[in-house]
Design a protein around this ligand. Structure first.
Ligand code: NAI
Length: 261
């Protein structure tokens, strides 16, 4: 039996991962806003500290893996770009950084963070927003994002996923991660039928844009299917997988970007 921490465990893909891990006989420490072992708002520094302390206590300081699936989508809403940056980026990067010593203590651990194919298919994400997010300067990022008006949440979402992906790739190959036996990789889904996507599509403009979005295999992804990919990324098969971005999106990214190589 191995011990895993899963954020966003109460819903969607995180819930499917939690179910798969438990069914395989592993112990899971759930972190979410509700219906979880550890209730914490990963969008705040206090919530992240509480989540890290709770996971470290429950795991006894040794974790075989961490899956950082908590996140919010690009729905309209007050101050949404800021919340997207705080939850999707800081809630992933800062929590996982705090868990690194416990992963290192296992000697052969896995970490999976959630990117998105939005990171590579969203046009016009300004470099200066990504630079600000990378530096943890959320106010500076939000000032630029305001210029995007109604699509600011979409740009913020893509920027948060670019920042998280870039952080993971840089960290993964360092002595502190690869050298400590931790395989850190990114799963980048396309549209998956979860409450996050349902909330996004409740916005008529987003639903219209979505109907025009190419998904070559047809339809949207299933949370259980994405959870199967996470299980692979947590398995011994991932021993040679390091700093990789696994895009599971029904072909959208290939449709939009094939030929760029
Ligand atoms: P979901 O909405 O079904 O589940 C997300 C979970 O994160 C929820 O249980 C929610 O309570 C939790 N959460 C949100 N804010 C939180 C906070 N401040 N603190 C702690 N927990 C918080 O979403 P889904 O679709 O399962 O998303 C999982 C990951 O996959 C997210 O990072 C998302 O950005 C990513 N993703 C999802 C796609 C989709 O179409 N569903 C597409 C691409 C990426």
């Amino acid at each position: 039996m191995s011990s895993y921490a899963v954020t966003g465990s109460a819903s969607g893909i995180g819930a499917a991962v939690t179910g798969r891990l438990r069914a395989a006989g592993h112990s899971v420490i759930e972190v979410d806003l509700h219906d979880a072992d550890i209730l914490a708002d990963l969008g705040t520094p206090e919530g992240r500290s509480a989540a890290a302390a709770g996971v470290l206590e429950r795991s006894g300081g040794v974790l075989d893996g961490a899956v950082l699936a908590a996140g919010i989508g690009p729905s309209p809403g007050p101050d949404r770009p800021r919340k997207i940056a705080q939850i999707n980026q800081l809630g992933t990067v800062e929590l996982l950084t705090a868990l690194r010593p416990a992963l290192s203590a296992s000697g052969d651990a896995r970490a999976v963070v959630f990117g998105s194919n939005s990171a590579s298919v969203t046009p016009g994400v300004p470099r200066r927003v990504i630079r600000a997010l990378r530096a943890g300067e959320i106010d500076r990022a939000v000032r630029t994002l305001r210029l995007f008006g109604p699509v600011a949440p979409n740009i913020a979402y893509a920027a948060s996923k670019i920042a998280v992906t870039d952080w993971a790739r840089r960290a993964a190959v360092t002595p502190a991660w690869a050298g400590a036996g931790i395989r850190l990789n990114v799963l980048a889904p396309g549209p998956v039928r979860t409450p996050l996507l349902n909330e996004e599509l409740a916005n008529p403009a987003a639903a219209r844009a979505f109907r025009a979005f190419p998904i070559p295999v047809g339809g949207v992804g299933d949370p259980g299917h994405l959870a199967d990919w996470v299980m692979m990324m947590l398995s011994p098969a991932a021993a040679f997988l390091c700093g990789s971005v696994i895009v599971v999106d029904g072909g959208s990214e290939a449709w939009l970007r094939a030929g760029e190589w």
